[in-house]
Ligand binder design. Structure first.
Ligand SMILES: [Zn+2]
Ligand SMILES: [Zn+2]
Length: 87
């Protein structure tokens, strides 16, 4: 991904995403933006470091907390869009 090619709207959207609580465990922001598909900046979800990259709980790890909470990327995306719409 070439960050120079991120346009202003995508940059603004991702800033909003990062300001939200983690979509899995609810830890208050700032969160990291996880891209469901690389390079598609409007389908990213807010995750804390642990739920994002933690070796045990993280999406990029063993996904234990995701399994306990019965969540996947699209479930969190749906919650995220709902939160943005309310905001
Ligand atoms: Zn989390
Ligand atoms: Zn990620």
């Amino acid at each position: 991904m070439n960050s120079d090619r991120i346009n202003a709207a995508a940059r603004k959207h991702m800033a909003r995403i990062k300001s939200l609580p983690c979509g899995v465990c609810g830890q208050p922001g700032p969160s990291e933006a996880h891209h469901i598909k690389q390079g598609l900046h409007f389908i990213c979800i807010p995750l804390c470091v642990d739920c994002h990259r933690g070796p045990f709980n993280g999406w990029h790890g063993q996904r234990r907390i995701w399994n306990v909470k019965k969540l996947d990327e699209l479930a969190v995306l749906s919650q995220t869009i709902e939160a943005l719409t309310k905001g």
